[in-house]
Design a protein around this ligand. Structure first.
Ligand code: FES
Length: 578
């Protein structure tokens, strides 16, 4: 690689090199931590951005992995510094981790900007951590590598393979239907999360790590290595070695996150049978990189990209561990062939084509060839109509195909509490043709757009043997979820989208092949209802929630803060050093 940086050009040199008062202060305080001339002279300072915490089970191993990254940095002649950021614990954060994705991104961006850092390795993987880390680092613009936390081992209970989330929903339905008891339920509880690492279905975590890999932001294939595999430690060390070279090569994210590589990332997402959450994060990440990406682009790529990864919840059988043994993401990308632009650059310093050249598919039932896909179109579809003028999303690959076209009267709940009463009331008048609607669960209404969109099946219908029905909301759903759930309806009800105006009994028409979503209510009647509608009180009057309320965008724009997108204003200047 030509045009290597000189030591004097290192960003950190601005803090440590000058012979002046301020720099003497920086060096003196660095010496207080045990640094010496050797540490700051001519060596890239590498931030190991760590989302480890005692309350983040998916990132439980990242304190250990940070040590391996640091070893790699030292081996390559850099100076590593570990910097903790928000941990994004999907299961334990309330009201929802999505409320904090943008806060985390802002924290990463400003942590990198304000310190003497030349490059970064980002450690994360649990759902929102990947987009938050990438969004922040891209906005800062320093060379970085995303080091995926990796998926946990397969779950196991009573000889059954268990998939994160997916099997929780499945067994919960059976428990509510009365077909399993407390003992089995407790067995699932103890067997479904057997090691550190992220959910091991193709949920949001695995989807987002795969997307980062497909975008060229991880070392090749890193996203598929299970967290407890010894190869994961070796990969961490390699990240440390490689980032030092990336700094010298000045391989900044704008050279990697191009329009072509963004299309690759979307194609990979669709071929993995991705989580619906990926739609929101892809749009947000692309916009941070200055690449315009909208719902229609995603739908168009989805139309021509088959699902190749036979992983739950789109697939019936396999999990991320199986995907790794089958060859992982490099093998899947090789199967995609000319659907990807192989000329794009990756953090490895090689083109995507070079990185997957030697990939092998060891199990063509797990990673299907294009000639035998799991599902002929991409896993997601974007719907529009008078109920969702700015779009809504559904995952046809993970639902009962009989709902491809459907009309039915709706039952509307204004809150999750009201919804719970309806689905648990066995005498509530309802049939499997009804459409269950939850509103006020979007970015502003949730608040933070919680994962309530896989509305649990009503108890009475479960007992009749039904396991799917059309459900609709302005919420998101977990990537491990499944069912005929229309999500991300935009604009959301809380800000007066058409969803706010429908009433129980209105008939909703869904037509997935033609991408339509309408309510059978005339324009005149909708206008009358709108005139009578009053906006709810904002959810927050102070604190971070207030900033969120003022600035969060709708789902079709990626739910970023308006002031953090590239379109908003001039780039933030470098901090003055002296
Ligand atoms: Fe962390 Fe699923 S809860 S990845």
């Amino acid at each position: 690689m030509t045009n290597r940086k000189t030591p004097e050009q290192l960003r950190s040199a601005r803090w440590f090199a000058p012979d002046d008062l301020r720099s003497m202060g920086h060096r003196s305080r660095a010496m207080q931590m045990g640094w010496d001339d050797e540490d700051w002279t001519g060596k890239p300072v590498i931030a190991v951005i760590n989302t480890w915490s005692d309350l983040s089970p998916c990132h439980h191993h990242l304190r250990d992995r940070a040590e391996f990254v640091k070893q790699g940095v030292l081996q390559a002649g850099g100076h590593p510094v570990e910097m903790p950021v928000h941990s994004f614990s999907e299961q334990l954060l309330k009201p929802t981790s999505m409320l904090y994705r943008n806060m985390g991104a802002l924290e990463v961006e400003e942590t990198l900007r304000s310190h003497p850092i030349d490059g970064a390795v980002l450690l994360g993987g649990c759902d929102k951590s990947t987009p938050a880390l990438v969004m922040g680092a891209v906005s800062m613009g320093l060379p970085f590598i995303f080091m995926p936390a990796g998926a946990m081992l397969r779950g196991n209970y009573a000889g059954q393979k268990l998939g994160s989330g997916t099997d929780v929903w499945k067994y919960w339905d059976e428990r509510r239907a009365g077909t399993i008891g407390k003992e089995e339920w407790m067995g699932v509880q103890g067997g479904i999360a057997r090691s550190y690492g992220t959910c091991m279905t193709m949920g949001t975590a695995s989807t987002m790590m795969s997307i980062a890999d497909g975008w060229g932001l991880t070392l090749p294939g890193a996203s598929s290595i299970p967290a407890p595999d010894a190869g994961h430690k070796r990969m961490a060390k390699s990240c440390g070695r490689r980032i030092v070279d990336m700094v010298w090569e000045d391989l900044t994210p704008d050279k990697i996150m191009t329009e072509a590589s963004t299309r690759n990332a979307v194609t990979v997402a669709m071929a993995t049978g991705c989580s619906t959450n990926a739609i929101i994060h892809l749009i947000a990440m692309a916009r941070r990189a200055g690449v315009p990406l909208g719902l229609d682009d995603l739908d168009a790529i989805g139309h021509t990209t088959p699902v190749l990864a036979n992983i739950r919840p789109s697939g019936k059988e396999y999990l991320m561990e199986d995907f790794f043994y089958a060859g992982g993401l490099p093998a899947l990308m090789k199967e995609l062939g000319n659907k990807l632009d192989l000329s794009v650059m990756t953090v490895s310093g090689k083109t995507l084509g070079e990185t997957i050249e030697s990939a092998v598919n060891y199990n063509d039932d797990v990673i299907r060839p294009l000639s035998n896909p799991l599902y002929h179109e991409g896993s997601l579809a974007v719907l529009r109509g008078n109920l969702a003028p700015d779009g809504a999303v559904i995952k046809p690959a993970a639902m009962d195909p009989k709902f491809q076209t459907h009309s039915g009267p709706c039952i509307v709940a204004d809150s999750y509490a009201e919804l719970k009463e309806i689905i648990n009331d066995e005498d509530y008048p309802m049939t499997p043709d009804h459409v269950l609607v939850l509103r006020n669960a979007g970015p502003q209404g949730g608040p933070g757009m919680p994962e309530w969109g896989m509305i649990p099946m009503p108890k009475a219908l479960l007992k009749q043997g039904h396991r799917d029905m059309v459900r609709l909301s302005d919420a998101r759903m977990s990537g491990t979820s499944y069912g005929a759930c229309v999500l991300h309806v935009a604009p959301e009800a809380f800000i007066g989208g058409p969803l706010a105006l429908i009433r129980t009994g209105d008939v909703i028409d869904m037509d997935i092949p033609n991408r339509r979503l309408n309510v059978q209510v005339s324009d005149a009647e909708m206008a009358e209802r709108r005139a009578a509608w009053t906006a709810p009180e904002p959810r927050f009057e102070r604190g971070y929630g207030y900033v969120f309320t003022k600035h969060v965008e709708q789902a079709d724009k990626g739910c970023d803060f308006d002031f953090l997108t590239t379109e908003f204003g001039r780039p933030v200047p470098e901090p003055e050093i002296n």
